[in-house]
Design a protein around this ligand. Sequence first.
Ligand SMILES: *[C@@H]1O[C@H](CO)[C@@H](O)[C@H](O)[C@H]1NC(C)=O
Ligand SMILES: *[C@@H]1O[C@H](CO)[C@@H](O)[C@H](O)[C@H]1NC(C)=O
Ligand SMILES: *[C@@H]1O[C@H](CO)[C@@H](O)[C@H](O)[C@H]1NC(C)=O
Ligand SMILES: [Zn+2]
Length: 467
Amino acid sequence: MWGQAALPLALLLVTPHDPSVLTSSSCLSESYRGLFGGNNVFVVDDACLSSSTGLLGEGSVSPLDNTGRQLVWLEQEAVEDALKSSATNDIASCISALSGVPLSTQDGEQMVMPGSMSTIVVLAETPSSMVVSVAPEVAHTLDTCLPRFWKSSPIPTKPVPYVPISSAATQRVMDIAASVKFDPVVASIVGNISVPQLRKDVRYLSGEDPSSGILSRHAFSKGALQAAAWLKEQFESTGASCELKPFLRGFSPNVVCTYAATEDTTETLLLSAHYDSRGSFGSTRAPGGDDDGSGVGALLGIAHTIARKGVTFRKNIQLVAFSGEEQGLYGSKAYAREMYELGANLTLMVQADMLGYHVPGEPAQLGQPESIGSAAVMQLISNISAIYSPELVVGTTPACCSDHQSFHELGFPASHVFERAGPIADPMYHNSGDLSDREGYDFEQIRSIAKVQFATLLHAAGFDLPE
Ligand SMILES: *[C@@H]1O[C@H](CO)[C@@H](O)[C@H](O)[C@H]1NC(C)=O
Ligand SMILES: *[C@@H]1O[C@H](CO)[C@@H](O)[C@H](O)[C@H]1NC(C)=O
Ligand SMILES: *[C@@H]1O[C@H](CO)[C@@H](O)[C@H](O)[C@H]1NC(C)=O
Ligand SMILES: [Zn+2]
């Protein structure tokens, strides 16, 4: 036990998420590092831990070596059992592939050199998650070697605020939901989203269109930079103003596009997807046709329709394509933080991540998150789906968590639309075979979900058409 050793400088504390702990202990709320896999993560000192034990239920405590290493949360994705059996869960070989050295654990024989680049230390572990410490450089590249159904999220190096969604923000979304009724004009606008256009745009991004030449949109790749420039151009051709916003050295930028409000208002609504992708270990191909070419394709399909129909919005609309999602929501964390610091008046945000795949034979679906997201936004989306895309079977998914988490954590009403009312079933998930031209990939489903996203904007923002 660590208690007899020299007093550690800092302790990693992982406990099941309980908002009341964050509001009742100031030392804990000042030590908060965020929500990971349904757990609150803290880096505390001994005094804070001792004074808080009465508040805490189960959990784990691990000493930190405090040598400038990066803590990373590793989590196994919620996937169908049929997929799991074909995957390896060998985190240790990931690490040695990156570093060329065997895994060290704190309980094991191997000693860890403080600050060493080449080691990974397992600090806490459950069957589906792990907290490790690595050199900061390694934290950005773990996605390239992790087993396919694991993903990594960096734990912030400094405390983060805990910002629950305010009741006023929730009420605003509920008021919109309560007022939504079938509008034939909205139906005709969203009905104009074109499947051939969706297919064309997804195929450009995935490189299935040979003229694009994109092999990968991995956040560090040249293809990602090409995709970012192309997306900016595409969105701008529909009347949006776009900016390429770098957020971290080495990563391709976020693409942030705005349609300015016709009314004098700060109110903003945001739809997003991530354009970076992840392929198979050792392959240079990462087409990301479903993950998340489908979500980006939906945003483009909405943008093209805005232009064709001459739609103007009464509130500000942002369509955002994030990068660095696969390394742990880096792009959206930076952008959500920027909006939070600017006091942005964000009514709602909806992330579209993986819209294209369902098991062959299953009906078209729309999955909403079981854990991270605003219940009011989900209610609004269910209402709108029932009205404008009744062909979709709406349900919940344990697949968790895409870029909406970055906004949710800062108190913005946010949610996620997903391709399935159930776990991930796409056999090409995080695989170099994630193309759009394959069995189970359904452009009609992408269009149905895009109709829901678009109708949400039209109802929530208000709009006008040319005379
Ligand atoms: C839409 O959502 C509201 C909750 O805000 C609910 O009261 C209402 O019944 C829903 N309407 C429909 C048609 O489902
Ligand atoms: C969309 O609307 C335009 C005219 O506004 C029309 O030419 C086009 O065929 C429509 N496309 C779809 C898919 O409805
Ligand atoms: C946000 O927009 C709403 C609706 O226009 C407005 O009532 C509210 O005062 C705005 N809030 C801020 C902080 O600007
Ligand atoms: Zn994704």
